[in-house]
Design a binder for this molecule. Structure first.
Ligand code: NAD
Length: 496
């Protein structure tokens, strides 16, 4: 059994404390990951601060050339990285390749840094005076990421941080840590100088060391809402810039005029893809009026058709959950839903996969007649459970969504442009799909929800990423002609 080391200053770094990493499809322990703390973070900050001195002075061309090479390596190693992710997370290899592609798009955005980092210039704002602005990197910045997208979510952060001239410390999830080390190796192969990208593994002690370290200027966090709130509170209290994205409960609204087969197809994929372990997973379908019975009939058929199995087996559509605890939590939630009066239309509990009897599997569950008072509605279950809430009108559906504490993503299925417009204008959610189930924005937009799905005010990647990892300077310039004599006024300067 191998041990997964930290990656600091271009080298693997061993540690004494370790934690088991499991293969969710077999339930077997497959590796140990080292757990860092104050010392490892301090070592990484020292290396990253040293690297910042030269990296921040490198040219835009040098930086983007390395990112172009890194992007090409991500293309060449997509299958290999996909298998690494699948083996620790449990998702299918094709789904893992999908997250690599979506993460790679952020690298592509960062390759266009020369354009997006352009400042502006105002000629002759006053007689003989010009003004221009530009943005500079912050220094050493850190990213703390969740288990569910071990490649994509860190890729939302580090390409932009590095392209803009910062140096980066990644603290990935301890449940699927290997993707981070693989990416570190690709960066090194791409020619990134040592110390620019570092990986320190661990749990709460590592996170706390990041949040309090005076040498770290900014923290990007993606994970559950309680931890996002904690990270935001602690890091801002220690003077850092913070972006903190939290959990979700995403609703799909289906109107009676929607094509039910189309809607159910996409809602099934949005609910059960990656075993529901996506922050943009559709966990609630709000059936409006006469759409309900027909929708439930098609959703039931589709839920029963989902092919569950090991993520590396061709043909598998849904893999296991990430841990035994997650599987038990989800199975328990289905039981509680039944006790609280929901109709269990499809029961995924107790699923056994031949040859993988100890894997952390649970099948798709479909719950009907769920109310907003039930636990299955109120909690982010983060598993393959779809709850149907029935309402009479679109406005009632919007009220349900707006009363929910989360506001990450939502989708509307309809044939009506008027309904779509009303929905997108009135719903208090950051990312909206119209007949699109999982509306993850492209890399040149920014990703982020509203309410408890985003703590603070900074979404991630795209233009917001550039803003987050840089700070502006505005320069006011005068080059007086030698023969020109001006008197300096004592009043506050105004333009003339
Ligand atoms: P998590 O909050 O448990 O962990 C996220 C990170 O925080 C990990 O690196 C973990 O090591 C660290 N952490 C965990 N407990 C901590 C503690 N007590 N103190 C300090 N650090 C701690 O989340 P997860 O289970 O890995 O991921 C699933 C969650 O992430 C879900 O809630 C999901 O909705 C959310 N998520 C959100 C987005 C988004 O863009 N909004 C994207 C992906 C995942």
């Amino acid at each position: 059994m191998h041990t997964i080391p930290h990656w600091i200053n271009g080298k693997a770094v061993a540690g004494t404390d370790t934690q088991a990493v499991f293969n969710p499809a077999t339930g077997a322990e497959q590796a140990q990951v080292v757990l860092g703390g104050t010392n490892e973070i301090d070592t990484a900050v020292t290396a990253a601060a040293k690297a910042f001195e030269t990296w921040s002075e490198s040219s835009l061309t040098q930086r983007t050339q390395i990112l172009f090479t890194f992007r090409q390596l991500l293309v060449e190693h997509e299958e290999e990285l996909g298998r690494i992710i699948s083996a620790e997370h449990g998702k299918t290899v094709d789904d893992a390749r999908g997250e690599i592609v979506r993460g790679r798009e952020v690298v592509e955005f960062a390759c266009g840094l020369g354009d997006v980092l352009k400042g502006s210039f105002s000629d002759q704002v006053s007689r003989g005076i010009d003004v221009h602005n530009f943005r500079q990197p912050l220094g050493v910045v850190a990213g703390i990421t969740p288990f569910n997208f071990p490649a994509m979510v860190p890729l939302w952060m580090h390409p932009i941080a590095i392209a803009t001239g910062n140096t980066f410390i990644l603290k990935p999830s301890e449940r699927d840590p290997s993707a981070a080390n693989f990416v570190a190796d690709l960066y090194q192969k791409a020619g990134l100088p040592d110390g620019v990208f570092n990986v320190v593994h661990g749990g709460k002690p590592t996170v706390d060391a990041i949040l309090t370290h005076p040498g770290i200027q900014a923290v990007s966090f993606v994970g559950s809402t309680p931890i996002a709130k904690y990270v935001h509170e602690q890091a801002t209290a220690h003077g850092k810039r913070v972006q903190a994205l939290g959990g979700a409960k995403n609703h799909a609204v289906v109107l009676p005029d929607a094509d039910l087969e189309f809607a159910a197809n996409h809602i099934t994929a949005g609910a059960y893809g990656s075993a529901g372990e996506r922050c943009m997973a559709l966990s609630v379908a709000i059936a409006v009026g006469t759409a309900a019975d027909g929708l439930v009939t098609v959703l039931e058929r589709k839920a029963r058709e989902v092919k569950v199995g090991p993520g590396d087996q061709p043909g598998t559509e849904m893999g296991p959950l990430v841990t035994k605890a997650a599987q038990e939590r989800v199975d328990n939630a289905v039981g509680v839903a039944a006790q609280q009066g929901a109709t269990v239309v499809v029961d995924g509990r107790g699923l056994k996969i031949d040859g993988h009897e100890n894997g952390f599997f649970t099948g798709p569950s479909l719950l009907d007649h769920v109310t907003t008072q039930m636990q299955a509605y109120q909690e982010e279950l983060f598993g393959p459970v779809l709850a149907i809430v029935r309402v009479d009108t679109l406005d009632q559906a919007i009220d349900v969504i707006n009363a929910n504490p989360y506001g990450n993503g939502t989708a509307l299925f309809t044939a009506s442009g008027e309904a779509a417009r009303r929905f997108q204008r009135n719903v208090k959610v950051g990312m909206i799909g119209i007949n699109v189930p999982v509306p993850v924005p492209m890399s040149y937009y920014s990703f982020g929800g509203w309410k408890d799905s985003l703590i603070g005010d900074s979404p991630i990647h795209g233009p917001e990423g550039i803003r987050f990892y840089t700070r502006p300077k505005v320069v006011t310039t005068r080059w007086p002609q030698t023969e020109q004599h001006t008197t300096a006024g004592f009043n506050f300067p105004t333009s003339s």
